[in-house]
Write a protein that binds this ligand. Sequence first.
Ligand code: H2B
Length: 97
Amino acid sequence: MSKLSEQDIEKRLLHFPDWDYYDNAIHAEFEFENFKDCFSAMSRIAFECEALNHHPDWSNVYNVLTISLSTHDANGVTNKDFKLAEAIETIVEPDEE
Ligand code: H2B
């Protein structure tokens, strides 16, 4: 999987308003009602990651989930990252689109 150009990434990010590109990765932060909702979303995301065989760099503090996506093998952002970002959006923002 080859690394996308910065222009390609910025173009795709127009469809991902929660995400920003910097430091060779795309990043988003999601806030939930409480820890339980946050961790529940994390477990659902974890199943998607296993299904896609693609894994986030992420951290959680109480009700906030911080996610960075990059493809380690490609040393940058690839289609795999956007595929996972899309799956994450469907889980955390079920009412949108
Ligand atoms: N996740 C991410 N984010 N980048 C990778 O390069 C990657 C991964 N590689 N998950 C996968 C697993 C690789 O280690 C396995 C062996 O396919």
